[in-house]
Design a protein around this ligand. Structure first.
Ligand SMILES: [Zn+2]
Length: 186
């Protein structure tokens, strides 16, 4: 089974349909297989997978905590000056941005058509500015962060991009784990 299809099976909706009182035996086995596919992942990745694909919104706190921990180090190294509440807002808006549908111009690669990801000088997609997701307006981003539109600095944007990279790394770990557990090592 393809990882994407498998993760789709992990949604709350599927669970409701295939719970003890409904659905076929086959579906229940699929659900258990899917859960098995996440076993062995580190805690951050596990929380993200359950938050995003199983619809366990209670995992959000743990996801926020992991991201904050990782990004605090990044902020220190970069010597950015960011208030803790602003940083928390940026974490929330990055999560919001990450779960947006993929950009239909570049299919999520963030690169201009014909560009290869291996080329570090590749041109970025002009529609999503290299983010690979449907663009979130600066206005909604700042609303989530809780700052004025004009107060969104280039440091804030660098932090946002680093957070998106972190989550993308988790997702690639998740998909790799699923492939291994399903015996489909690429
Ligand atoms: Zn794009």
């Amino acid at each position: 089974m393809q990882p994407v299809k498998l993760l789709a099976k992990l949604t709350t909706k599927t669970l409701n349909l295939t719970g003890t009182f409904g659905g076929s035996g086959q579906d229940v086995i699929d659900w258990r297989t899917a859960a098995h596919a996440l076993v062995g992942l580190p805690q951050c990745q596990t929380n993200w997978a359950y938050f995003r694909y199983v619809g366990e919104e209670t995992r959000l706190n743990k996801v926020v905590r992991s991201l904050t921990m990782h990004i605090t180090l990044f902020v220190k190294i970069k010597r950015f000056k960011v208030k803790p509440e602003t940083l928390n807002g940026i974490v929330m808006s990055a999560i919001y941005e990450y779960v947006q549908p993929v950009c239909n111009e570049c299919d999520g690669s963030g690169l201009a058509p014909g560009q290869k990801a291996t080329n570090i000088n590749a041109d970025i997609c002009i529609k999503c500015f290299g983010r690979g997701r449907k663009p979130v307006s600066n206005r909604s981003r700042c609303k989530i962060i809780g700052i004025d539109k004009k107060s969104y600095t280039s440091s804030h944007d660098e932090i946002t991009k680093e957070l998106l990279r972190l989550i993308a790394g988790w997702e690639s770990d998740i998909f790799k784990n699923i492939r291994e557990k399903m015996g489909e090592v690429a």
